[in-house]
Design a protein around this ligand. Sequence first.
Ligand code: ADP
Ligand code: MG
Length: 275
Amino acid sequence: QTEFPHPSRTRYIAVANQKGGVGKTTTAVNLSAAWAEAGMSVLFIDMDPQGNGSTAFGAAHNPDVVSVYDVIEGRAKFQDAMQGCEDFSTIDIVPSNINLSGAELEIADMDNRVFLLRDALREYLDHTDKHYDYVVIDCPPSLGLLVLNALSAVQEVLIPIQAEYYALEGLGQLIKTISLVQQSTNPTLIVSTMLVTMVDRRTLLSKEVYSQIKQHYPDIVLDTDIPRSVRVSEAPSYGQSVIAYDPRSIGAVAYRKAAYEIACRSEETLKRIPR
Ligand code: ADP
Ligand code: MG
């Protein structure tokens, strides 16, 4: 097994794209799992009311379970919502559930409405002995308040891009939103990583999409891409990442490689983020 370098300080990464079905959750889950497998300590925060990331980690997330919804609205502490992960002892999971879909309206009039997640996270990290190598936030498919909370709580955005004909459509809007966040609530935020997902290596289209994105964002797009594979899509129904479900499958190998590439870029990336 390859030795992964630990980042010299915690990397805070939001996995975001307002398009649904591009591989956000799959990417957030499997990168987290790959880092944990390599001995990194990971905090996974599910900010999507769908709770797919919670499901994929086998975390309880029925509406009665304390979740990130209670945390951002101040009814519960981070620790109260946190769950362990059966497959990886070094992952802590803060699940979401469908209640979170009410949050956007409920917090809309608060002055600190975009800082609720950031402040709860800070409060937790200031009072725990735990050190995390990676804090990973899975975003819902929108550009609403939940996403703004995620973007205000992290230092990096990772954008998964599905290898399809319309891949770059909507990317401009996402980049614009990120710029607005930089100008208002989080000046040091960067787009550190783009990952091309669901690649069908047999098709010319996938290759063309990859090289087009790579041309636009040469330093940001990972060399590794993620192939489309049935094992990847099956894993969540067993409450597992593909890293745990089928460690030698092409999807697991690809996500491990992507996780390694991101880890190897840590110092270069952290240099772009002032303390
Ligand atoms: P998002 O979080 O952006 O909505 P998901 O990660 O949930 O996207 O992925 C959308 C769908 O595509 C899911 O059913 C997921 O299992 C499937 N999927 C994601 N990545 C792959 C892949 N590499 N191969 C096959 N299916 C995938
Ligand atoms: Mg998702």
